[in-house]
Design a binder for this molecule. Structure first.
Ligand SMILES: Cc1ncc(COP(=O)(O)O)c(C=O)c1O
Length: 316
């Protein structure tokens, strides 16, 4: 579910500004051409205070996304990580969703941003970081009982068109088509196929399925965003003793699966109870999904002692 929650401050170009004052000009390049890259990160309340889940990996991906588009971030990774912590503490949040955004500002209307004649480089990007409280993205009920999804009639982006390995704003036009079509037809979410017809991902989630006790997920070459939750689940599931295979997965595997779930920072781990009106397993959250989901929530809430060092405390 979406959120319209607001907080007091936004970190904007190096300082905290009031939520209402964090504004840009209508001629901002990113508004016209989708030239921004971003992250979605969650902070959780833990016994050690509020911690951000896999902050280093998210900020590394942010810089990788910017690098692909040769967008210069005028801060170090450490400065952006500190700013993510600051936006949680300054807004007195115990947990929440953090949104760092790097965008090309009001630099003129040419698609190729102008370069400084002295340095030969384009103007550095602008950076904004907001944080808001945000509950279950696909609904509290969905987390427990599963959601109904469909296979989208829209394919995910083809290789060598718009890179799905970068988390760029423009990619979400494809996501918008996918989730709007799903909602119009009475589903909570959809899975898209890649241009070769294999399972790619949801509009904002990666997909896993389970058959005969083996866990499958699409390869990172299947036109997906290489999700950090996906990576966490692969580690956790293997540690729990499950076999996890990354494969090119055909559509019918979804209909034959014993269990299916979607995952992402916003969606966390959301079971799927039907696909295209085919019932999945018993039509509710399956036992392996439940086990991984419980372990995941224990980890993000610091209840396993953070043995993988995935939690970054917001207060140093
Ligand atoms: C298209 C897409 N795929 C997958 C994911 C899951 O990625 P992560 O687990 O890093 O949030 C997201 C969410 O960020 C997404 O937007």
């Amino acid at each position: 579910m979406s959120t319209t929650a607001t907080t007091k401050y936004i970190w904007f170009d190096g300082k905290l500004v009031d939520w209402d004052k964090a504004q840009v000009h209508v001629m901002t390049h990113a508004l016209h051409y989708g030239t921004s890259v971003f992250e979605g990160i969650r902070a959780y309340d833990t016994p050690k205070g509020t911690c951000i889940f896999r902050l280093h990996e998210h900020i590394k991906r942010l810089f990788n996304s910017a690098w692909i588009y040769q967008m210069e971030i005028p801060y170090t990774r450490e400065q952006i990580e500190d700013a993510c912590c600051e936006i949680i503490t300054s807004n007195d949040l115990k947990g929440g969703y953090i949104r760092p955004l790097v965008f090309i500002g009001n630099v003129g209307l040419g698609v190729n941003p102008p370069v400084d004649p002295k340095t030969g480089k384009p103007a550095p990007c602008q950076v904004a970081i907001g944080a808001v409280p945000w509950g279950a993205y696909l609904g509290e009920d969905g987390l427990k009982n599963g959601i109904d999804i469909c296979v989208s009639s829209w394919s995910r982006l083809a290789p060598n068109t718009i890179p799905t390995g970068a988390k760029a704003a423009g990619n979400y036009l494809s996501s918008l088509l996918i989730c709007k079509e799903a909602r119009r037809n009475g589903y909570t979410e959809a899975v898209s196929l890649n241009p070769q017809g294999y399972i790619a991902e949801g509009s904002g989630e990666n997909v896993f399925l389970i058959r005969d006790g083996v866990i499958y997920t699409s390869t990172i070459t299947s036109s997906i965003l290489p999700g950090i939750t996906r990576d966490s689940i692969i580690h956790v599931a293997r540690d729990l003793g499950y076999e996890v295979r990354e494969e090119f997965i055909p559509r019918e595997a979804l209909y034959l699966a014993d269990e299916v779930f979607m995952c992402g920072t916003a969606a966390e781990i959301t079971p799927v109870r039907s696909i295209d009106r085919y019932q999945v397993g018993e039509g509710h959250r399956g036992p392996i999904t439940e086990r991984i989901q419980k372990e995941f929530f224990r980890i993000v809430h610091g209840e396993d002692g953070d043995k993988r060092n995935w939690l970054v405390p917001v207060k140093k």
